[in-house]
Design a protein around this ligand. Structure first.
Ligand SMILES: Nc1ncnc2c1ncn2[C@@H]1O[C@H](COP(=O)(O)OP(=O)(O)OP(=O)(O)O)[C@@H](O)[C@H]1O
Ligand SMILES: [Mg+2]
Length: 305
């Protein structure tokens, strides 16, 4: 285990609701619905029974990795024990948290391919107290081919994560932009799917395909899987365009679009260079406030305790 239980449980909720909250564009404001508020939840007295959330969209560059890192950091600020799983051979999540693939002893690839390994061996602490991660490596791209002949190949990640479910409160899986075997593994291991959707005109293209895969997984390997929500990302409050796209997304997925939207801001690319979440890099910013609000929204709706 990367960090002892006692070390993490010293953490207290330290998330705040800031003046930036009033600047976050919400789905309710765009759709003319009554405003919603998500209070800071009470700290947990007991940990464990982790909810697993796959962050999925086969379209590239829509904010999956950014969401995984910053939502994870926001949950950790609320005193939740968080594990991030880098499940993309591009290993952007590892890079975004300053983990070099040269320095790691093993990655999610080893855990997937070698049953004699255990997740405890490859857990890393992040700069965020209470948030650990499992890194990825380019070699993960070979996993899909390598797993073709393995029995129950869709359920391998589920087996890998099973030993730490009692320790963490939430596990976020950063998926690669594809709907192949790795993503099916993530969905098979998960309770929830979170879909970041960039607020641009062709955003909805391909979502039908994603919906299809979710249904197939529900039928074949994980009947518990549910859509947690669609997260509008890269929202530009100055354009009518972003609002129109948000309306279309809400029409297509009634009741399934998060109230919190993520604005387009240059602070996010900056955080990747800095190798840390926006909640610490620019703690007082609209981007940090938005991911903190999203974490509170997910806890309010019962997605995570
Ligand atoms: N809200 C935002 N505003 C501005 N830039 C953003 C925002 N969210 C993410 N970005 C930037 O957009 C790029 C793509 O984001 P990110 O890596 O999170 O997407 P992704 O869906 O994980 O991509 P991939 O499909 O390649 O894994 C990154 O440079 C990131 O810093
Ligand atoms: Mg990514």
């Amino acid at each position: 285990m990367a960090k002892s239980a006692s070390e993490i449980s010293r953490l207290n909720a330290k998330s705040t609701i800031s003046k930036f909250d009033s600047e976050i564009v919400t789905s309710s404001s765009v759709l003319g619905h009554p405003a919603k508020e998500f209070p800071i939840p009470a700290p947990l007295i007991e940990h464990g029974n982790a909810k697993i959330i796959s962050v999925v969209n086969q379209k590239g560059g829509v904010g999956k990795t950014t969401t995984t890192i910053n939502l994870g950091a926001a949950f950790a600020e609320l005193g939740r024990r968080v594990l991030l799983v880098d499940f993309d051979p591009q290993h952007s999540l590892s890079v975004g948290l300053n983990v070099s693939t040269r320095d790691i002893e093993g990655s999610i690839y080893n855990l997937m391919m070698d049953e004699s390994t255990s997740i405890d061996e490859f857990l890393l602490k992040t700069s965020v107290p209470g948030m650990d991660m499992v890194p990825a490596h380019e070699d993960l791209s070979g996993a899909e081919g390598g797993l073709v002949t393995v029995i129950a190949r869709e359920k391998i990640l589920k087996r890998v994560l099973a030993p730490v479910l009692d320790f963490y409160d939430v596990i976020l899986i950063d998926c690669q932009p594809s709907l192949g075997l790795l993503t099916v593994n993530a969905l098979t291991a998960s309770d929830w799917v979170l879909v970041p959707l960039e607020c641009e005109y062709f955003a909805l293209r391909g979502v039908a395909l994603l919906d299809d895969i979710i249904k197939k997984v529900q039928i074949n390997t994980n009947s518990e899987l549910q859509l947690l929500g669609i997260l509008p990302t890269m929202f530009d409050r100055k354009t009518v365009h972003s609002r129109e796209v948000l309306e279309r997304i809400s029409d297509a997925f009634p009741g399934k679009v998060f109230d919190t939207t993520i604005a387009r801001t240059v602070r996010f690319p900056e955080t990747t260079v800095a190798g840390e979440p926006i909640t610490s890099y620019a703690s007082s910013s609209i981007g940090a406030a938005a991911y903190r609000r999203l974490a509170r929204e997910i806890i309010s709706m019962g997605g995570v305790r």
